[in-house]
Every structure is written in C-alpha cells, then in structure tokens.
Design a protein around this ligand. Sequence first.
Ligand SMILES: Nc1ncnc2c1ncn2[C@@H]1O[C@H](COP(=O)(O)OP(=O)(O)OP(=O)(O)O)[C@@H](O)[C@H]1O
Length: 256
Amino acid sequence: MSTTTTEDSAALAASSLVVSYNATPVLRGADLHVRRGEIYALLGGNGAGKSTMINAFLGFVRPTSGSVRVCSHEVAQDPLSARAQLAYVPENVALYDHLSARENIDYFMRLAGMPMKDGAGIEQALESVGLDRAAWDRRLGGFSKGMRQKVAIGLALARETPVLLLDEPNTGLDPQATSELNRLLKQLRSRDIAIFMVTHDLLSAAEVADRIGFLAQGRIVEEFSASGTERFDVRRLYRHYAGQGMPGDAAWSRQA
Ligand SMILES: Nc1ncnc2c1ncn2[C@@H]1O[C@H](COP(=O)(O)OP(=O)(O)OP(=O)(O)O)[C@@H](O)[C@H]1O
C-alpha cells in the first residue's frame, strides 16, 4: 500500500492552512492529505486545533490563508459541492431520538434530496454497519452511543459519500463497541472511502489507521505510516503523544 498522498490525488487536502479565531491563529500553515481507501487518524493535545481542522473541511470556519479541498472542490469557493462529498459523524451523533433507525435514514436521505426508492437500500446500509436487526425499528432514544454511530455511518453509506469525517469516535465506547467500530472503518476503507478521524485514543488509532498525524503548534509536526500489515510502534507513538514513556521502557524507568 502506497503511503504517499499527493495533493492532486487527495480526497482531503489542506495546504498551508491558517485558521484564526479573533485574530489568534490556531492552525498555522497546516498541510494534510488523505486519499481514498485510507484511514488517517489525527492526534494532538486539547486545544491543538483538531476539531478546527474538521470544521475547515466542512466549511464551518474560513481559512485566513491557505486552501482546503475536498475531492478537488475548493471549500471556500464551492462549499456545497465540497460538503456533498462528505459524511460527518460528530462526537455526539445528531439524529432524531423519536424516529427509528430505519426512519432516521429515510428522513435524512429525503432531506439530502436523495430519497430511497424502496426500503432495500436502507436495510442494506443498516446490514452493512452491523446494527442488530432487532434494533432497526426501535426508536433511537434508547440506543447506546455505539448503536447511534452505526446509524450515522449507515446514513453515510446510503449517501455513498467518498469521504467520512469522525470527531472523537471512540470516546465513551466500551472495548467491544470500539472493536466493532474499527472493523467497520476497515470495511469502509475497502470500499475506497477516505476516512479522517480526530481522536485521543492512541491504541485504537494504532490498530485501525494507515497514517497517524500529530497536530501541535498549528501544524502537522509528525506523521507515521503503517506499512502493509506491519502496525505502529505504540510505545514510540505514546512518547510523541504524551511526551513520556510507557511502563517498562527505558524512558519511563528514568522518569519513574
Ligand atoms: N469558535 C471559536 N471561537 C474562538 N476560539 C475557538 C473557537 N473554536 C475553537 N476555539 C479555540 O481554538 C483552539 C483549538 O480548538 P479545537 O476545538 O480545534 O481543538 P481540539 O484539538 O479539537 O481540542 P480538544 O481535543 O480539546 O477537543 C482552542 O484554544 C479553542 O478554545
């Protein structure tokens, strides 16, 4: 698997991106590219600007300078075309609690101007994300976070968007739900979807991502690639993330 992603072939591209709030820059010349069929996990400390990066792709914040493109659509110039390529799963999935899983997908597909002609497409989407059949016609009000996420990702599948953005998808998931999510993300990758996730969950990122980027001082300061089936060195990543070692390694012993 190639690990280089040029700007031209990228599904998501941020180039020399500067985003400021009240004249204070949060992103200070960030460069980031994610291609289709790739899972990219963005890590960084609280307030590093990870959600700002997602908001820039969604067109919710305007770059002070630099550019943001989604499947070659410049977000600042053509936000609607850019957004049509994106499915976004926020930390707290915003779906209707009083509607069932099936009804939510049906409703949001109509809202997107893409009504499903029959129920088969909706069922296929719910089947693909592994939502228990018994839950398809239950109201979302009683769903766990993992189940809600599955419905939101099912909606993305129904829309057939080439790009999926996830903001802290692992927060609040138990280990089984995390492993189900990781399995689902790998399945989406094999459908040639570009997946960009912001997370604090280093272990999960190391398990599922093809590349991991670290955001600090407004830039991607470091990127790591998994090569083929060889996964990341989690200890090394942890040292970058937390600035300290893990129990049992030399750096940790020196600090302990
Ligand atoms: N709408 C806004 N107006 C002003 N400042 C903002 C706004 N949104 C974010 N910020 C500030 O920008 C910085 C980056 O915020 P952002 O939410 O992008 O960071 P983050 O890396 O996602 O953080 P966390 O891991 O805590 O969720 C923070 O200092 C935050 O207070």
